[in-house]
Every structure is written in C-alpha cells, then in structure tokens.
Design a protein around this ligand. Structure first.
Ligand SMILES: NC(=O)c1ccc[n+]([C@@H]2O[C@H](COP(=O)([O-])OP(=O)(O)OC[C@H]3O[C@@H](n4cnc5c(N)ncnc54)[C@H](O)[C@@H]3O)[C@@H](O)[C@H]2O)c1
Length: 372
C-alpha cells in the first residue's frame, strides 16, 4: 500500500504522523512510504533520516495526497487538506469531530474513510492513542509549574525539592488518571511533597497500592480541596469526566485563600478547564495572574516537546497503521473491534453515533459501514 504523510500545517504544530522508525517498519512490511519534504523537521527528523529508513521524499502535500491510499497525520485535516481527500482513500489521524461541523461536512463530502485516533479503544476500556499525549502532558506539568513558581515569572520563588534545611514545595494533583499519575510521579521525583485527589475510590486504592511511598492520596471532596489548596504551592488540574466539560473545582473566591504566587497548572483546559479562572493560553504566552495566583493553561502542552510527543504517538499508532496497510481498512477493522471504534466517517456516512448526536446528523453503525 502507498502510505503518505504530509507536513502538519495547523499553526504551532511541530509533530509529524510517521517517524522514521515507523516508516522503516512499514517498508519492511512491503509498503511504499511517501513523506512530504521537511515534514519531520519540527520533531527533529530530517529528510535524510526518512530516506535511510526506506521512505521516499515527496515535494508537496498535493503530491502526497494524490499518490497515497492511506494518509497518516497528527492533527485534524485543515480545509485545504480536506479538499484533497477522495473516495476510497483512508485517513488516520486525530479528528475531534463532535465540536466541528465544518470539518465533519467536508469529510462526509470527500467520500474518504476517516479513522480518528481519539476514539480507538483498548481491552482495558482506555483510549490508547490519547494516553501517550496524557502521559506527556502529565510529566510536563510539574516542569512548567516549577518554572511558573520562579520569582522572575511572578511565582512564589519556591524550589520544588527544597534543599537541606528547607522543606519541599507542596504539590496538589486533582484527578489521578493518566495525566495525574504521571504528574504526581514527576513532582515526587523532583522532591516535592505531593498529594493526589480523585473521586474514584478504586483509582485511589490503585494509586495507594502502587505508589504508596511516592505520594499521598485524598478523596476529592469540596471540603478537602478547599483545605488543601490553602497549603499548596502548586495545584495541577488533571480531571476528566468523559464526554463532558471539566467540572470547576476551584472558584475565583477561593484564590484569595491560596498562597500569593502559587501556581495553578490546568491540564484539563482542553475540556474547558477545572478552575473557574482558567482560560486557554499558548506556548508563546503561557501564564497569567488572577488575584495573585499564577495560571498556566496551555491547551496543547505536548507541542512543547514535539519530538518526545511524536515518538510516543508513533509507538502507539504503529500497530494500527500496519494493520490498515497490511489488510486494508475493512479487514483490519473487521478483525479488531478496537480499531473499528475509531471509524468516524466512511463513504459519505457518519459512523460514530456520539458525533451524530452532537451535530444533529444521521449516522450508521460501523458494522453497517463494513457491509457497504
Ligand atoms: N492540555 C493538554 O495539552 C492536555 C494533554 C493531554 C490531556 N489533557 C487533558 O487532561 C485531562 C485528564 O486526562 P487523563 O488522560 O488523565 O484522563 P483520565 O480519564 O485518565 O483521568 C481523569 C481522572 O479524573 C478523575 N475525576 C473525574 N472527576 C473528578 C473530580 N470531580 N475530582 C477529582 N477527580 C476527578 C477520574 O476519576 C479520573 O481518575 C483531560 O481533560 C484531557 O483532555 C490535556
């Protein structure tokens, strides 16, 4: 199969859909891999790296879309990319269609088969192509929070690990899922005094069993949150209620109860944020202050470490990409219900019920698409 990877064109996107290692695996499986020139540069991969892996460098995105049967990307296709898709072509990338009627209409019109990373599932009930980005954002959160706490940035001027004779900073992580667990581990590794709050007792039990010595756990009641934020130097917001906007767990009035110069890192900002005073910021201008408390609310945190993020995403997408290329989308999805869960659009039909409900559009089942 001809697998194509165009350079990402969404502003501030430095990741790339196929790494040289993934390209090499596809070539070893007998496929032809076409990479747009300089597609990997933002993540530190040169054209020569791809050529060494056996891929071919193509001069333009048009040429990639024209030649490839399977397009592998990172971000949802932009309007100019959507116009290049065609019937019979398979698109494998993040789509996030529910809040995006224009993109959905264009993908339906294209006739292409579109498989969304974010709805592919796994045996544990998780989302294996979202998890790597949560791991990245979680591990990054204490790092950016530590920087926010520095005096020059308006922070409290507190070092996370303290020094001999000076106690460590107190870090509160609200939400102990993928982001929260990775954030807590890194904050603890930096020497901070870490507490993780969650509303799920099974999750708190798991965290206590596995990480009992690394950090403390607490139930995320309103009362516990109100008490613990008064002591915290840094609060990391890492909650997720699937399919809903993030609940607001710290109100504006509560900011006055916090230490001046404390840092709020709202990782859940891509779901609206879990602090009342959060609004999305960018890597160019990541922090702002409200009532003496600093807020870091970058909605695409993994973009800050594009190389790590690209490789982590590539590791997770590789088996699915190979299955799609080896078997064709129909057999690959028929053989793997978890990949089939990623099917959002096929030949002008919506195949993901939740997207249909969100947009008020009719949908068919993915099984019906297999039978088409
Ligand atoms: N900003 C970014 O760049 C970025 C990157 C990756 C993920 N995210 C976001 O981070 C958030 C967390 O993602 P995740 O992968 O860790 O999700 P997850 O499902 O693994 O974990 C979420 C946790 O929140 C807990 N929770 C739900 N409601 C709660 C409440 N009221 N109080 C306390 N805990 C509560 C759940 O029990 C669960 O353990 C999501 O909103 C996700 O979209 C943002």
């Amino acid at each position: 199969m001809k697998i194509g990877c165009p350079k990402e064109i969404k502003p501030q996107e430095f990741r790339v859909g196929i790494t040289p290692n993934a390209a090499q695996e596809a070539v070893l499986h007998g496929h032809e891999v076409l990479i747009e020139t300089s597609a990997g540069m933002g993540a530190g991969f040169t054209d020569a790296d791809y050529v060494a892996a056996g891929a071919k460098i193509v001069e333009s995105a048009e040429a990639v879309f024209a030649a490839a049967e399977l397009i592998v990307k990172v971000k949802e296709p932009q309007p100019v990319e959507r116009a290049r898709l065609r019937q019979g072509q398979v698109l494998f990338t993040y789509l996030h269609l529910a809040p995006d009627p224009e993109q959905t209409a264009d993908l339906l019109k294209s006739g292409a088969t579109c498989i969304a990373y974010e709805t592919v599932t796994d045996r544990m009930g998780g989302l294996p192509l979202l998890a790597p980005m949560s791991e990245v954002a979680g591990r990054l959160a204490p790092q950016v929070g530590a920087w926010t706490l520095q005096k020059a940035n308006g922070g409290r001027g507190v070092l996370l690990g303290g020094v001999p004779g000076v106690g460590p900073a107190k870090v509160l992580v609200i939400g102990g899922g993928v982001v929260g667990t990775h954030a807590a581990r890194v904050a603890s590794g930096m020497g901070a005094d870490v507490t993780v709050l969650d509303r799920s007792l099974p999750r708190l039990r798991y965290l206590d069993d596995v990480f009992g010595r690394e950090f403390k756990t607490s139930y995320a009641s309103a009362g516990n949150i109100a008490e613990l934020i008064t002591l915290a130097d840094m609060v990391i917001g890492a909650v997720l209620v699937p399919g809903a906007a993030a609940p607001k767990l710290i109100s504006r009035a509560q900011l006055k109860t916090m230490k001046p110069g404390a840092a709020l890192v709202d990782v859940a900002i891509d779901q609206g944020g879990c602090f009342e005073t959060s609004h999305a910021t960018t890597h160019q201008d990541p922090i702002y202050e409200v009532d003496g408390v600093l807020h870091y609310c970058v909605a695409n945190m993994p973009g800050a470490v594009a190389r790590t993020s690209t490789i982590a995403l590539g590791n997770a997408t590789l088996p699915f990409m190979l299955a799609l290329a080896d078997k064709g989308w129909k057999k690959a999805c028929a053989d793997d219900a978890h990949l089939l869960a990623g099917l959002n659009v096929h030949a002008g039909k919506l195949t993901y019920a939740a997207v249909g409900e969100a947009l008020g559009l009719p949908s068919i089942t993915p099984q019906a698409a297999l039978a088409m």
